[in-house]
Design a protein. Structure first.
Lengths: 355, 132
């Protein structure tokens, strides 16, 4: 769920000036997107257009199986995917996912945004019910004008069956396929492992780069989000996360955190020359670059640890774990509530030298 | 909230070991009909935790109109990775997974007893900073 204004102010990517036009700086997302802002966001045709365009592009970057099977098993056999939409906001991205025939599950911190999404789905449900009574296929192709944009940057996906999309849309009477969840992504996603076929997130990730209270640490929240995302995604599933980094450091921080938990991939930048239309997409895939029998999550952790390890041997020469170090360590463990042996005269005592 | 969503949800409050499946406390339920997508459903079945679904249906069943039928104890054995199911079972599964919504009520974490309220069909899974 993005910032109505952050898209207009994505020009801030290079400057660090704090502007009020970045809603991330004003406080928590659920406070910024109140009922009024949510309504405004959803009814602004410009915002809707931008969101739609970004979502279309994100779906294209996902390269879902459904598309691949089109030529494999004949044109008809399209398999919908189960997509997680992180920061779904008022459900604009979910609507596009629906048009592509996917089943989605959205979560967002702003209850007011979710209420708008809920209203829309309610409305759609009624429409679908009415349509099924009339038995007339609802062939609404109001979004065709946006498909034209795709052709410009559809460089890596020639199999994209545009006309097939059209027929699919017409065939479905389209009751809403989504479901909503009120949740903060910074606290880790509450799902069973290996659930989703894909994940998209439109203009939401940058919220994690800011701390709104004293006990929120951006890096911690990002790590929590990415590690839970890794678990929640099915093996080899892609995640495309579009975000507006305020500074280059934010972009680096985000991609670093993603790499650390084991995601492979990088940031795709669309329209890099334009300050306004520039869009960052973190495109990642879980568990590809590592051999099958290795748990990529661990491997990611190890390699990250390995970097630290390179420096360690030089330092460690001659310096063992001193008594002070051990006492300090035990104290911290105790503070964490862990089971720790009491300190005695034997703690940290030197062992007798053997011959 | 659909039962499909419920099937994927788990509690991640601090101190939970498994946090799954969440116990449903029902206040209001809504039923809608939607077209059956057989192929998608078959693809979905391997991902669904069947015993969790059964217990969810037992919680929700009596509140629906007409009441939900009890699901068969075990699904017919899988052929390859796609279970072979007859049309009657498929339509029941579809109804249970897609057409029944929990509108008001609570989801309760089985380990910690933390209650997640569901309002207007949207479960609130927000955690406080001390619950992480």
């Amino acid at each position: 769920s993005s910032s109505s204004s952050s898209s207009s102010s994505s020009s801030t990517t290079t400057t660090t000036t704090k502007r009020m036009s970045r809603p991330e700086l004003t406080g928590h997302a659920s406070l910024f997107y109140d009922a009024r802002e949510a309504k405004k966001y959803d009814s602004s045709s410009r915002m809707v257009g931008i969101q739609r365009e970004i979502t279309e592009r994100a779906i294209e970057l996902l390269k879902l199986d459904g598309r691949g099977t089109v030529d494999g098993h004949g044109r008809g056999s399209f398999r919908p995917s189960l997509v997680l939409d992180v920061g779904c906001g008022s459900g604009l991205s979910g609507q596009v996912l629906e048009e592509h025939g996917h089943v989605w599950l959205g979560c967002d911190v702003s209850r007011d945004m979710l209420n708008v999404a809920n209203e829309r789905m309610e409305h759609k449900r009624e429409e679908a019910a009415a349509a099924s009574h009339d038995n007339g296929g609802g062939s609404d192709d109001e979004d065709d004008e946006f498909d034209d944009d795709d052709d410009q940057d559809a460089d890596d996906d020639p199999s994209m069956p545009d006309e097939n999309n059209g027929t699919r849309r017409r065939r479905r009477p389209s009751p809403p396929t989504g479901d909503l969840l009120h949740h903060d992504m910074g606290t880790g996603l509450p799902f069973r492992p290996a659930t989703f076929d894909a994940c998209i997130s439109i203009s939401a990730l940058q919220w994690l780069c800011y701390s709104n209270t004293r006990d929120q640490f951006p890096k911690k929240r990002l790590m929590r989000f990415f590690s839970s995302l890794y678990v929640v995604l099915r093996r080899g599933a892609r995640a495309v996360l579009q975000f507006y980094p305020e500074t280059a450091e934010h972009a680096i921080l985000i991609s670093e955190c993603a790499a650390r938990v084991g995601f492979a991939g990088g940031i795709v930048v669309d329209y890099p020359n334009s300050t306004k239309a520039k869009k960052h997409y973190l495109t990642t895939k879980g568990g590809v670059c590592v051999a099958d029998d290795v748990d990529p999550r661990r491997a990611g952790g190890k390699s990250a640890g390995g970097k630290r390890g390179e420096k360690a041997p030089r330092k460690r020469k001659g310096v063992g774990k001193t008594k002070e170090w051990i006492l300090h360590k035990k104290e911290t463990q105790r503070k964490k509530g862990k089971d720790t042996r009491m300190d005695t005269k034997y703690t940290g005592r030197k062992r007798p030298t053997r011959f | 909230m659909r039962l499909l969503t419920h099937n994927f949800l788990r509690s991640n409050v601090k101190g939970t070991e498994n946090g799954y499946p969440l116990i449903i406390e029902v206040t209001t339920v809504r039923c809608e009909e939607s077209p059956v997508d057989k192929e998608f459903l078959l693809g979905l079945i391997p991902k669904v935790d069947y015993s969790a679904l059964r217990s969810a249906v037992r919680h929700m069943g009596p509140h629906c109109d007409p009441p939900l039928p009890d699901l068969p104890e075990v699904l017919p054995s899988a052929v390859g990775d796609v279970p072979s199911l007859d049309d009657a079972t498929i339509s029941i599964l579809h109804r249970v997974l897609f057409d029944v919504y929990l509108v008001e009520g609570y989801l309760v974490c089985p380990d910690t007893g933390r209650k997640f309220p569901v309002k207007d069909g949207i479960p609130n899974m927000i955690l406080h900073e001390d619950e992480i």
